[in-house]
Design a protein around this ligand. Structure first.
Ligand SMILES: C[S@@+](CC[C@H](N)C(=O)[O-])C[C@H]1O[C@@H](n2cnc3c(N)ncnc32)[C@H](O)[C@@H]1O
Length: 467
């Protein structure tokens, strides 16, 4: 290793593992070194660009040996965009990496013995599988090195995805391999139209401009929902863009907008204006239909969502006497999917529109044994709620990435529900919660499901039984 005051370079590193952020990992003098865009088996020289007490982050200078796990990245924004961080890894190896990550989380964080760990359910479609994309407008888009070196004038307006680690850094996209092609066409059209019509792209630091976000959702049955988020209510310009989108894309079945004048991008409490088409779209999973409105969560990979719910159904192994709680129920999809197998479904969800959707979804599917309750699981799930709704015999929980609040875990422990099916998009927080639950529960089976090929994201289902 050659050291200078300014930089640290490594002459030869052998990459051993992949981090949860998708970087290669090796060790030098017991220090962890993360090397961007490398995979196990790579041998390279590298230079440190971030030095910390416990780790260094480095970039490859020269790749001497390319691992057999590698494949050529397919996207021009590889390495810049925060989207498909694992695209340099063969899909088979991505699946192995995810399987191992789940295994490690259970061993190191949950610290429990798992009776059966099933091989990850791979996704048949490894590109164009996402049914929802949230793009950000920026008047100071992120520039590539070639653009920085270019001496001519550069258009700084962009519409795309965030660069990792920077809320204000947006990479402009011309093509994206995650959504359906209609999403690419609508995004590119919107960007060009806004530029031609002097509709100012948002300045994420100064917080000025008109065009803020663009959300495009699709269903497996061909419906398309568009939600444009403006910073200000400039009626004339808004009408101009919305009318143009309506005319240019007859495929759009639900065209909506929101005015978000807040400092942050979140919009659960803001009013959605339905400009044209239906104020919702309908997705079909198996025998069930789901009404999804612009603010409601729905699994972003419809193809794998069905497989995921089939795992939940199999792990829950219900009978007609079971009372099933569906915590973090979204638009009621898991509860409704299980409703035919049990006595009763009781859902809890914090977004009012999602709860309304869940109730309508129950009606749409002629499900009469499900109720969906509005509220924060942390507050609503208590002894009184359980007394009113019946003691659950099976509890399905599918929290956001942060996992469950410790108070929720405490209530579940007190309720001594016989079986828990824990669905998670973050095995780290799932393992943390299961460690707390292990006071009274044993883990019978886990089934990782790859909902997000090319990314480091992992979905995992665990079934726990009261000891
Ligand atoms: C990962 S999604 C799962 C949704 C649903 N189970 C599905 O499969 O589509 C998590 C859901 O939890 C809701 N949520 C987040 N925090 C919550 C809380 N504290 N209480 C109740 N619901 C919450 C979100 O709005 C979202 O719908």
């Amino acid at each position: 290793m050659a050291r200078s005051k300014k930089k640290i370079s490594y002459d030869r590193l052998v990459i051993e593992k992949i981090s949860s952020e998708g970087a290669g990992i090796t060790y030098v003098d017991d220090k962890v070194v993360f090397v961007d865009k490398t995979v196990p088996g790579d041998e390279c020289s590298a230079t440190v660009y971030q030095k910390r007490k416990n780790f260094n982050k480095a970039k490859v200078d020269e790749l001497f040996v390319a691992s057999e796990m590698r494949q050529d990245p397919f996207c021009q924004y590889y390495g810049t965009c925060g989207g498909c961080k694992l695209q340099h890894l063969k899909y088979e190896e991505q699946a192995n990496y995810k399987q191992k990550s789940v295994y490690d989380a259970f061993e190191r964080v949950a610290k429990v013995e798992v009776k059966e760990i099933f091989p990850i359910l791979k996704c048949d479609k490894t590109q164009y599988y996402r049914n929802k994309m949230e793009y950000t407008f920026s008047n100071r888009r992120w520039l590539t090195q070639e653009e920085i070196n270019y001496e001519g004038k550069i258009n700084r307006q962009g519409l795309g995805l965030h660069v990792p680690g920077g809320f204000s850094k947006v990479v402009n996209l011309e093509t994206c391999y995650l959504p359906d092609s209609v999403s690419n066409r609508i995004r590119n059209f919107t960007k060009a139209f806004c530029q031609e019509n002097n509709m100012k792209f948002y300045d994420l630091l100064q917080q000025v401009g008109l065009m803020r976000n663009l959300v495009i959702r699709t269903t497996s049955t061909g419906e398309v929902m568009v939600l444009v988020i403006f910073f200000q209510n400039e009626e004339e310009k808004i009408n101009l863009l919305m009318t143009e989108l309506q005319e240019a894309f007859p495929e759009i079945t639900s065209l909506n907008y929101i005015i978000n004048g807040k400092k942050n991008d979140s919009y659960p409490e803001l009013e959605v204006v339905n400009f044209a088409g239906k104020p919702f779209m309908i997705e079909v999973l198996g025998d069930y239909k789901f009404k999804i409105r612009p603010k409601s969560f729905f699994q972003t990979n419809s193809l794998q969502a069905k497989n995921l719910y089939d795992v939940v159904k199999s792990f829950a192994d219900l009978n007609k006497e079971d009372i099933v709680y569906d915590l973090y129920s979204g638009v009621g999809s898991i509860g409704i999917y299980l409703s035919g197998e049990c006595k009763k479904i009781v859902g809890i969800e914090i977004i009012d529109q999602a709860v309304e959707d869940a109730k309508e979804n129950a009606a749409l599917n002629k499900v009469e044994n499900a109720s969906f309750n509005l509220g924060d699981v942390t507050d609503l799930l208590n002894q009184e709620f359980i007394a009113q709704n019946g003691k659950p015999t099976v509890l399905v929980t599918d929290p956001p990435r942060a996992g469950m609040h410790p108070d929720v875990v405490k209530t579940i422990l007190e309720a001594e529900v016989a079986k828990i099916v824990y669905v998670s998009c973050n095995p780290g927080t799932q393992a943390r919660d299961i460690n707390l639950l292990s006071e009274k529960y044993e883990v019978l089976k886990i089934q990782p499901v790859d909902m997000f090929p090319q990314t480091t994201h992992i979905e995992n289902v665990a079934v726990l039984k009261l000891k």
